[in-house]
Design a protein around this ligand. Sequence first.
Ligand code: ATP
Ligand code: MG
Length: 140
Amino acid sequence: MASNRTFTMIKPDAFEAGNSGAILKMIEEAGFKIIAVKATQLTPELAGKFYEVHAARPFYADLCKYMSSGPIIAAILEKENAVEDFRTLIGATNPANAAEGTIRKIFAKSIEANAVHGSDSDENAAIEGSFYFSQFERIS
Ligand code: ATP
Ligand code: MG
């Protein structure tokens, strides 16, 4: 059975551009409940740990630098079929390929500075949520 939670980050480009409120509004209007949320900034080391799965990719060093370049918003979201529905809401990694009306189509600047993160599986949603939040910080 699909889990009902996913994890997201509003990335530095979208935070810096002042789009956090508009993005959170789209997320809520799509039916997601915000279970935990905080603004924070990653160090390059923590960004590297979060995206460790991409360590062998050519864009990894730039990704760590970019993800630690400014504040982000991290959040755990709840909705039926959360992981898949959220990936649909954010659109393709490269905004040039993202569907009309998706968050990345509207707000992303490039394939790297693509406005938001969305977990790609139930397992990773749980791991990534725990990376930022302890249980007592969440709504039950
Ligand atoms: P995310 O995991 O952030 O939700 P994603 O699952 O759509 O994004 P991944 O393949 O997991 O895409 O890549 C993680 C992130 O690495 C991308 O969101 C983007 O910021 C960056 N990235 C991915 N591919 C490239 C690339 N070819 N060039 C530069 N940056 C890239
Ligand atoms: Mg990914």
